[in-house]
Every structure is written in structure tokens, then in C-alpha cells.
Design a protein around this ligand. Structure first.
Ligand code: ADP
Ligand code: MG
Length: 300
């Protein structure tokens, strides 16, 4: 396969973004600067580590874009541009076509433009995306939580981990949640200026919430009987196992954030409270529960 032709046929797509001065085709992309601040994120997916080898190319691409969009959402930013580093073994042209189709499906849905990248041969598929977002106001950081703030989580947690655990036996809904996560960009934009801190849930709620609390120099109380869980998850496992997955399972790409009471209206569930204790305590029926928070395992 000729790299130049592949890029030309599948990745070089016209965009009418007025801020893009030069897109794919030169040595670098050029964008006009606005006032204000930018957010830069990057995430890598490695075959056999972050997705199973039999994952469809369109799903790999979707996921690669979505995990970056999720970081942009957690910063309260608007996605603008991305570059793609794609390493592929001898996969064939259909694979590249399907990968590009999945990439533009999710990119168009959330309004992010592909402006450059690099394509190389390698032993397994590796997809790295670097993404830039713009901020209307200040960024939403991990470090702003205050004692007394409520702790919220969007959507439902545990689904992606359930899909990985069940593999072929997982329901279509659970599979979709793993393969095609929905980055919470609207919620990220809605809570910016109202939430005190935010993080996206990529490694498991307990672990990611701990990172937020540590960055803020705070502790927290987490009610594990309030964790938002999907009907698909509840149907797949007994309740104790559901809670374990919801607490420690990775890959959901929901947002966890802190802030004043009443932020449920953006599409989130209140699951606890920030404290001055310096550690995260789990509560079940109002009593302290001993739970193993070590959680997240990558695929394989
Ligand atoms: P150079 O050797 O100057 O880096 P390349 O041949 O690697 O140029 O790339 C040519 C153009 O195609 C560049 O504008 C680059 O950003 C773009 N490009 C290469 N691979 C990809 C890709 N996977 N997705 C999007 N753009 C790409
Ligand atoms: Mg290059």
C-alpha cells in the first residue's frame, strides 16, 4: 500500500473550518489563533492492550477519537482539531477505509477536524490521537473540589468493564458502551463555571475520583448504593458484582465532578460528598463499607 495514496483517499477530507489555514498535505497544519486558552490532550490505543485484536477497525477509530473527546469534555472545552498517528501491520486497504469511516463518523458527530498525522508500518495496530480544544472561560481542573461539595457522576458506570468480562456473552448494549463510548461534551460545557472540579472516568470511578480528591487535597464519602448502573449491567450480574464493576471498572468515559447541590439537572447522579478527611470512604446503607478499590485491569 502506498502511504501517500492512502492518506489522500481516506484521511484528507475537506473541512470548511475558517480557522484552518492549511490542512493535510503540507509538512504541518496551520490554524489561526483566537484569544483565550487552548486545551491539548493525547491518548494512545494499542492492539492487545486497550482493545482485543478482533475489534472492527471502525470501532477502534471511534474509540480512539472518543477517549480524547472525553478528556476535552472533562476540561470543559470545545473540541476543534486533531492529528492521528496510525501504526498498522499489513492490514489491507478495506481495513484503512473502514477505520477512516469510523473516525469521521464520530469526528463529525462532535465537530472535531482531522488536520494531520503520520502513517507507519508496525507489528500491531497503534492509534494515537492528539486533540486541541478551545475554552470559552477558565478550564475545569481536578484540583478545585471543596469540602461540602456534592460528588456527581454522569450516565452509568460499570458497563464497559462488564462487556470486557463477558466478551461474547455480553449484550449488544454493553458491547456498544465499550466500543463506542459517548464523550460527555455537552455536560462538560454545561458544568464549566458551575462545577468545582472534574475528571473523566477512564480507569474506574473509585480510582479516578481518588485522583480528583488528591489533586484537590480533599477526601470524600461515596455512597456505593447510589452509583448509577444501567439495566443492561443489572441484568448481567448479581448486585454485588454490579457495584464492584461500577466502582472499579474502567473504560466508561463518563464524567465525575464536584460542585454545589442541584447539578443533577445536567444529566448526572449525586453519589457522595467531598470531605476534609483526606481519604475516600465508601458507604453502603449509610455505613462504612470495606471495599477493594484496587480495581482497574486493562484488557488482556
Ligand atoms: P512528512 O513526511 O512531511 O511528515 P507525510 O507523508 O508523513 O509527510 O504526511 C503527508 C501529509 O499527510 C501531512 O500533512 C500529514 O500531516 C498528513 N498525514 C499523514 N498521515 C496521516 C493520517 N494518518 N491522518 C491524517 N493526516 C495524515
Ligand atoms: Mg510524516
Amino acid at each position: 500500500m502506498d502511504e501517500f495514496r492512502l492518506i489522500n483517499d481516506y484521511f484528507d477530507r475537506h473541512t470548511d473550518d475558517p480557522k484552518l489555514a492549511t490542512g493535510i498535505g503540507d509538512d504541518g497544519a496551520v490554524v489561526h489563533l483566537d484569544r483565550g486558552q487552548q486545551v491539548h490532550v493525547l491518548d494512545t490505543l494499542v492492539e492487545g492492550v486497550h482493545f482485543p485484536s478482533d475489534t472492527a477497525p471502525a470501532d477502534i477509530a471511534w474509540r480512539a477519537v472518543a477517549v480524547n473527546l472525553s478528556d476535552i469534555a472533562a476540561m470543559g472545552a470545545k473540541p476543534e482539531w486533531m492529528t492521528l498517528g496510525l501504526t498498522i501491520p499489513d492490514v489491507g486497504e478495506d481495513w484503512v477505509r473502514d477505520f477512516a469511516a469510523g473516525l469521521f463518523d464520530v469526528a463529525d458527530l462532535y465537530g472535531v477536524k482531522l488536520i494531520g498525522g503520520d502513517t507507519t508500518r508496525g507489528p500491531v495496530v497503534v492509534a494515537t490521537i492528539a486533540m486541541t480544544g478551545t475554552l470559552a472561560g477558565e478550564p475545569l481542573l481536578r484540583s478545585g473540589a471543596r469540602a461540602g461539595d456534592s460528588i456527581y457522576v454522569t450516565g452509568s458506570v460499570g458497563d464497559a468493564a462488564a462487556a470486557l468480562e463477558l466478551r461474547a456473552k455480553a449484550s449488544g448494549l454493553l458491547h456498544q458502551r465499550f466500543l463506542r463510548p459517548s464523550p460527555r461534551l455537552k455536560i462538560g460545557a454545561a458544568i464549566n463555571g458551575r462545577a468545582s472540579a472534574a475528571i473523566d472516568v477512564s480507569d474506574g470511578l473509585a480510582g479516578d475520583l481518588t485522583k480528583l480528591l488528591t489533586a484537590s487535597g480533599k477526601g470524600g464519602e461515596l455512597h456505593i448504593d447510589r452509583l448509577p448502573m444501567s439495566d443492561a449491567l443489572r441484568a448481567a450480574f448479581p448486585i454485588e458484582k454490579c457495584r464492584e464493576l461500577a466502582l472499579t471498572g474502567g473504560d466508561d468515559y463518563e464524567l465525575c465532578f464536584t460542585g454545589p447541590a442541584g447539578l443533577e439537572s445536567v444529566g448526572a447522579t449525586e453519589v457522595g460528598r467531598v470531605t476534609d478527611s483526606g481519604e475516600l470512604v465508601c458507604l453502603l446503607d449509610g455505613k462504612v463499607a470495606a471495599v477493594d478499590l484496587s480495581g482497574y485491569r486493562h484488557f488482556s
